[in-house]
Design a protein around this ligand. Structure first.
Ligand code: ADP
Length: 249
């Protein structure tokens, strides 16, 4: 076993200020982060703490004012938007609160599109899509449009889309924020399952209960990391504990 896996993601000195109508918002005020291969890290904190901004910086969707990011040891400072778009497709799967599926494309096409854009053959894209949708329990809905599915199903499609290119890193920004309790349980169970198979995950959530599914919890407050705690037992050991989300109901 490798005791010292390479960092999938490293960030140093990240700062980001938004300039809105109500003046500057100092969303991220100096964040350092080191995520190892296979970790499941939750970033939690109150609304407005800067969690989403941090995730946008880590995925290149926004550029930091200062600070650096490394993906698999490669420094990204010089990457322009087009390069980030290409690298995101290969290296980073992202799921959002509101799914962000393409509304006029079928479930199948939503999942296959990123594979095709990354250069997979139609046959390969289809095979990947079939495997992932089966795994996520949404076979038979391939020809449906996203709006014809429940929220939980749409998020599972979004998860399939995020994972179709086997990215080393999965980023999830409040992925259960618009789901009911059943959808929330489903999505958290799937995240845990992918993590158990080695997927590196960074989950942003304001819900401390969901954060307890991760094996490391970073508390983000006022644009800074206030605490970074590795939980002692694995989630599977904690399932029975009172007050902790039960993932396998
Ligand atoms: P969180 O995800 O923890 O709720 P955010 O990163 O969304 O926090 O927001 C952090 C701060 O930055 C808040 O004060 C928010 O209003 C502000 N903010 C976020 N995005 C923008 C934006 N695009 N323009 C202006 N202000 C923003």
């Amino acid at each position: 076993m490798n005791d010292n896996p390479a960092p999938v993601l490293r960030a140093q000195g990240l700062v980001k200020t938004h300039y809105g109508e109500s003046g500057p918002a100092h969303a991220v005020r100096g964040a350092d982060l080191y995520v190892r291969q296979g970790e499941f890290v939750a970033i939690t904190g109150p609304s407005g703490a800067g969690k989403s901004t941090l995730l946008h910086l880590l995925s290149g969707l926004q550029q930091p004012d200062t600070g650096s990011i490394w993906l698999d040891g490669e420094r990204t400072d010089a990457w322009r938007e087009s390069r980030w778009a290409v690298e995101r497709r290969k290296r980073i799967g992202i799921v959002f609160q509101f799914f962000n599926l393409v509304s006029n494309l079928s479930v199948a096409d939503n999942v296959e599109l990123p594979a095709l854009l990354a250069g997979a053959s139609p046959k390969r894209a289809r095979a990947e899509r079939e495997e992932l949708l089966a795994e996520l329990g949404i076979t038979g809905k391939e020809r449906s449009l996203p709006a014809e599915l429940s929220g939980g199903e749409q998020q599972r499609v979004a998860l399939a889309r995020a994972l179709v290119n086997h990215p080393p890193l999965l980023l999830a920004d409040e992925p259960t924020g618009s789901l009911d309790s059943r959808g929330t349980r489903e999505v958290m169970r799937l995240l845990s399952r992918f993590h158990q198979r080695g997927q590196t995950i960074v989950l942003v959530t304001h819900d401390a209960r969901l954060a307890s599914a991760a094996d490391r919890v970073i508390s983000f407050f006022d644009g800074r990391i206030a605490d970074d705690a590795t939980l002692e037992s694995t989630p599977s050991h904690r399932q029975g504990a009172s007050g902790v989300l039960r993932l396998h109901d």
